[in-house]
Write a protein that binds this ligand. Structure first.
Ligand SMILES: Cc1cc2nc3c(=O)[nH]c(=O)nc-3n(C[C@H](O)[C@H](O)[C@H](O)COP(=O)(O)OP(=O)(O)OC[C@H]3O[C@@H](n4cnc5c(N)ncnc54)[C@H](O)[C@@H]3O)c2cc1C
Length: 467
């Protein structure tokens, strides 16, 4: 491990040891976020780990990368691609970090094969709540190694992760299968997921009777047209798919360069970016999307979201469901929320990481992204979020922690093993950190500041709030 990294870890460890000694509650600040929860920190009650953003080593022979936790997905992909490799799970937003994906929830279209991001991680370096630096792996502190994923930094601070890598190829060849209802979508997803020669599977439902399931295979040979999605003049990915569904009865094939595929949903943040147009009464068309392109990537959209508090007016939730209950959940969304498009993504079950969201008692999981238009009445907004949560509980699913939780404490812990969590907190001295429930639960309404947020985002002066 290099000296610069060791010095950073020594500083963070000393600060945490001091918090532990004085019994000061503290939180972790890692410099960015892809969470929709508005981040706020109290002066002198957080540990700043934002300088942990280096790639320490890439071992081509062993196909492993040693990285600090704030390495973003695009930085990681660029570095590994130079050696002909990529991580098997690369989250669709380029600013998502290695640490955030392990401590939060990270998954994408290769998760049907590899699981969540943490399932591709072979070891961690973690600073526990008393400042001790531990190495964890399947055979070193396995309770902590499997305990940390999904706990939002409430069991310790991650300072290094060792990640698996796989050979990269030049393209992803995509095959689109048009579906006409939720049951057909489930059937196609499950059948494609059984074939592990596929590398990527996700889907979009544009309405209850029109959708598409997308299968991707890594390849050095292009098939059909080559389509790109990263340039201002390119169509946003979901709009490209939506218009293509109208002209193809059964499906179609096309090829996307690898990096364009991995970050295909960056421009427009899937389709969430379209809400900014209606909010500021700007026409939503190809010309306005081209002109405003610099503001419409996920990094910029998240800055605006953090500054504005706007996440309190949009239902933005991801829910994992046992596949057997997927259709019932989609029918609920259709009838109660009328939200479209819906994003579908199958995930491998994780039987080991106790607090990870894809640790469900089932054999097959489908994630549903429900990202809806504005609700200005806060009471109605909370009610709708609660309705989603209740349905997810009834259908034995879980929800992603990037969004606020509206569960009661009892409901929240009915999904997780509270005793095991408390044992880990005690064993690793992390009780000065908030609990997961405290950290992600909504505390009340925050002010909404749309115009101020827009100005700060345009001039690049937005920052997370430190009181
Ligand atoms: C519309 C929408 C769609 C999305 N789609 C996807 C998707 O398809 N796939 C996906 O993976 N994600 C998706 N996300 C985001 C995602 O769920 C998480 O926010 C992301 O995985 C983590 O992002 P981050 O790196 O910014 O970490 P953050 O969200 O900032 O961090 C996650 C948690 O981990 C803690 N943490 C971070 N680093 C450390 C560390 N080193 N040590 C201890 N604790 C730490 C943070 O304090 C926080 O509690 C989506 C979000 C939205 C809004």
């Amino acid at each position: 491990m290099d000296d610069i990294h060791a010095a950073k870890v020594a500083r963070i460890s000393a600060q945490i040891a001091a918090f532990s000694k004085s019994k000061t509650p503290f939180r972790v600040f890692h410099g960015s976020t892809n969470s929709t929860r508005v981040l706020q920190f109290k002066k002198n009650e957080f540990v700043d780990i934002s300088d942990l953003h280096s790639i320490l080593a890439i071992d081509v022979k062993k196909r492993l990368a040693h990285v600090e936790p704030n390495v973003s997905m695009d930085k990681l992909v660029r570095a590994t691609l130079r050696r002909g490799l990529i991580p098997p799970v690369v989250m669709e937003f380029p600013g998502i970090t290695v640490g955030g994906a392990i401590q939060g929830n990270g998954g994408e279209s290769s998760s049907f094969k590899w699981g969540a991001f943490n399932q591709t991680v072979t070891s961690h370096e973690i600073i526990t709540g008393n400042g001790e630096v531990l190495q964890t792996a399947t055979d070193k502190h396995p309770d902590l190694f499997y305990g940390v994923p999904g706990t939002a930094g409430t069991l310790g601070i991650l300072t290094v992760a060792e990640l698996q890598l796989i050979p990269a190829k030049k393209y992803v060849v995509l095959e689109y299968v048009v579906v006409h209802n939720f049951s057909e979508a489930k059937k196609v997803i499950e059948s494609l997921s059984r074939n592990k020669t596929n590398d990527f599977i996700d889907g979009i439902m544009f309405s209850k009777d029109r959708g598409v399931i997308i299968k991707g295979v890594l390849s050095n040979r292009a098939v059909g047209t080559i389509v790109k999605f990263h340039r201002a003049r390119d169509q946003w990915y979901y709009l490209h798919v939506e218009s293509s569904v109208l002209t193809h009865v059964k499906g179609w094939k096309e090829t996307v360069p690898l990096e364009d595929y991995l970050f295909r949903y960056d421009r427009g943040a899937f389709w969430v970016g379209r809400f900014a147009f209606s909010m500021f009464k700007v026409p939503y068309n190809r010309v306005t999307r081209f002109i405003l392109n610099p503001l419409l990537n996920t990094r910029k959209l998240y800055q605006a979201l953090q500054e504005s508090g706007q996440s309190q007016q949009h239902i933005v939730q991801d829910l994992v469901l046992p596949a057997k209950n997927f259709v019932k959940f989609c029918q609920f969304v259709d009838q109660e929320l009328h939200t479209y498009p819906l994003w579908l993504c199958p995930m491998l079950v994780d039987t080991k990481a106790t607090f990870q969201l894809n640790n469900l008692k089932t054999t097959s999981i489908i994630n549903v992204g429900v990202w809806g238009a504005g609700i200005t009445n806060y009471g109605e907004f909370v009610e709708k979020n609660r309705a989603i949560e209740q349905r997810v509980l009834q259908l034995e699913g879980k929800k992603w922690s990037y969004a606020y939780s509206y569960f009661t404490e009892q409901e929240f812990w009915s999904m997780y093993d509270k005793k095991a969590y408390e044992r880990l907190r005690k064993a690793y001295h992390s009780t000065n950190l908030p609990t997961i429930h405290d950290k992600i639960t909504i505390k009340g309404q925050l002010p909404i500041q749309k115009k101020k947020a827009l100005i700060k985002t345009i001039f690049g002066i937005s920052k997370l709030k430190i009181n």
